[in-house]
Design a protein around this ligand. Structure first.
Ligand SMILES: Cc1cc2nc3c(=O)[nH]c(=O)nc-3n(C[C@H](O)[C@H](O)[C@H](O)COP(=O)(O)O)c2cc1C
Length: 325
């Protein structure tokens, strides 16, 4: 699977998730078999203004590469300048957000608002394409109605302007994340463009990913919410596509990964900040396990690395004792 000059090891891609796909999360996804990880959406204005917080979002580690960095904005000149900043960072690929439906973003003419302003969308793509040499992708929605006309038009336009692949989350602007993703839009786009089409939306299990590829003919699969607390879904998808069996994740390995996630988060965000973030995040990894609500309760006030790791270990021991009884 190729996106422009970039060759991917397999066809699984991590979706950008604001507030979630930070560096530690991306490293876990990569280690668990994801071919391409993506940052959350990063403000082009913030990058161009030189905001320290925004620039920190470009921090990367060699083990997560190749890395896709997603930018959002509505001004072609600002987007082009931001893309150059991204290109001079660790990024291997730039993705432009044409799908964010959050009011705060849409109000500024960015995200999915651009699917209503195809003239400006085109100007942005052309400006960014001219400004950088690394592969360029866009991520779109169905558009503002369910017909998919805007998605088809934007896809064709993007291909003409030199975009290397298109990720399609087939929900309308007003749907947000409600209702069902309409995979037939992915099929329709695949029929009208020659560049790779990345299918996204409502993949809950590895089987769903195989099914999406079979039904839509998409070239790659992008997974968001189902990878939260379950990065192993990426290797499971690859195994199923190859016709191999998928075995459940070993419990000891699950806890090992949780501890690594804690340590990386502390390294990235500092102990105090990381612990605050981890209070709501560690629960992701234990969904469906026995006594998980008790564990979630126990980590509600964690404030240090030692305390957090002790609580994870204690929970693991509790589960192991249960197994032995
Ligand atoms: C919490 C959250 C944050 C998201 N942030 C972004 C984002 O920063 N950029 C983007 O293009 N899409 C974003 N999305 C949309 C996802 O990338 C994806 O298109 C959507 O969740 C559907 O895929 P899924 O069913 O595999 O989760 C976000 C979705 C969620 C739930």
């Amino acid at each position: 699977m190729k996106i422009g000059s970039l060759t991917l090891d397999n066809i699984t891609i991590l979706a950008p998730l604001a507030g979630i796909t930070s560096l530690p999360f991306r490293v876990l996804a990569k280690e668990a078999g994801c071919a391409l990880v993506c940052t959350e959406m990063i403000s082009a204005n913030g990058l161009v203004r030189g905001s320290k917080k925004t620039k920190q979002m470009l921090e990367s580690l060699p083990e997560e590469k190749p890395l896709s960095v997603q930018i959002f904005g509505s001004d072609p000149a600002v987007m082009a300048e931001a893309a150059q900043i991204v290109e001079s960072s660790e990024a291997d690929l730039i993705d432009i957000n044409f799908g964010c439906a959050v009011k705060k973003v849409v109000k500024t003419g960015a995200g999915v608002a651009l699917m209503q302003r195809l003239d400006n969308a085109e100007a942005i793509i052309k400006a960014v394409r001219k400004a950088v040499d690394i592969p360029l992708t866009i991520k779109i929605r169905t558009g503002w109605d369910s017909s998919g006309k805007q998605a088809l038009k934007l896809s064709q336009l993007a291909e003409e302007c030199g975009v290397d692949a298109i990720a399609v989350h087939p929900r309308t602007a007003s749907q947000g994340f409600r209702g069902k993703a309409d995979w037939s839009i992915i099929t329709a786009i695949k029929k009208v463009i020659a560049i790779p089409v990345i299918g996204n939306g409502d993949i809950v299990t590895a089987k769903d990913a195989v099914e999406m590829q079979r039904i839509t003919g998409c070239d790659a699969i992008m997974i968001g919410r189902a990878a939260i607390g379950n990065p192993w879904i990426f290797s499971h998808v690859t195994a199923l596509i190859k016709g191999n069996d998928v075995s459940p994740v070993d419990i000891a390995h699950r806890f090992e990964v949780m501890i690594r996630y804690c340590k990386m988060s502390i390294q990235c965000f500092g102990e105090k900040n990381a612990c605050r973030i981890l209070r709501g995040r560690l629960g992701w990894f234990v969904k469906g396990l026995r006594f998980s609500s008790k564990f979630r309760e126990s980590i509600k006030r964690i404030s240090s690395e030692n305390e957090t790791i002790e609580l994870i270990k204690a929970y693991m021991e509790l589960l192991q004792q249960e197994k032995e009884i």
